[in-house]
Design a protein around this ligand. Structure first.
Ligand code: URA
Length: 225
């Protein structure tokens, strides 16, 4: 095995259970390290490594699956149609995606033909995501879609059942953070109905819950009498 090979690790471990690899001092260095990364085969087909967009000081982190064509072309996550819908839905609960959120993906390079990243690719990219979480230090993390649920919590399948449910992270780097799986915006583009009970309607309710959580976290502490 060479330094270029992906690590051979057990698959589908939750974040924090196995993350060998370099540790960056700050997000600038992390970006540079990501751009040099050849830990898996996705490096061969990429135009850009897609690290993040948004505000590194935000209390909210949104984690998606991986770059698509537009993200690969621009080097920015969630800038295609799914990203525009994500922005609109966040805006509907007064979250500005660039000011109030830090947005990234479980894999930083585009899987060919927009296929889902494999468990091994997610595993190879995990040290970068783990360091992003440590350095940004968000209070609330949204897991957009099944790959984010798998990549961060090690839960394979069940996004439609688990969406909207809060979890409290137990182990580093998730310890103490609030996590909520939500439906992926690409899925919402394929299911555009806004009727009561539709995927879009459910997601809007999930995001309202996220808004409430952020508001609670931002409430000034009451003095103890
Ligand atoms: N879908 C994702 O999961 N991430 C992106 O950056 C774009 C589309």
């Amino acid at each position: 095995m060479t330094a270029m090979d992906p690590p051979s690790l057990p698959l589908q471990l939750p974040l924090g259970e196995a993350s060998p690899g370099p540790i960056a001092a700050d997000l600038g260095q992390l970006g540079d390290d990501c751009r040099r990364c050849r830990r898996c085969g996705l490096a061969d087909g990429r135009t850009h490594v897609v690290v993040s967009r948004g505000n590194p000081a935000a209390r909210l982190m949104v984690i998606g699956e991986g770059p698509g064509a537009q993200e690969d072309a621009t080097g920015q996550p969630f800038v295609g149609r799914a990203g525009q819908l994500l922005d609109q839905m966040l805006a509907s609960v007064a979250i500005d995606s660039n000011r109030d959120a830090y947005i990234c993906n479980v894999v930083k390079c585009r899987p060919p033909g927009n296929r889902k990243p494999t468990a091994l690719e997610i595993e190879a990219c995990r040290p970068w995501l783990e360091q992003q979480i440590r350095l940004v230090d968000p209070a609330v993390i949204l897991l957009a879609g099944a790959s984010a649920l798998e990549g961060v919590l090690g839960i394979k399948g069940g996004i439609t059942r688990l969406r909207g449910q809060w979890r409290r992270g137990e182990r580093e780097p998730l310890a103490g953070r609030w996590l909520m799986p939500i439906l992926h915006p690409s899925y919402l583009l394929r299911n555009p109905s806004r009727q009561q009970g539709s995927p879009k309607w459910l997601t809007w309710h999930d995001l309202q819950d996220v808004r409430r959580r952020l508001d609670q976290l931002e409430e000034p502490r009451q003095p103890v009498s």
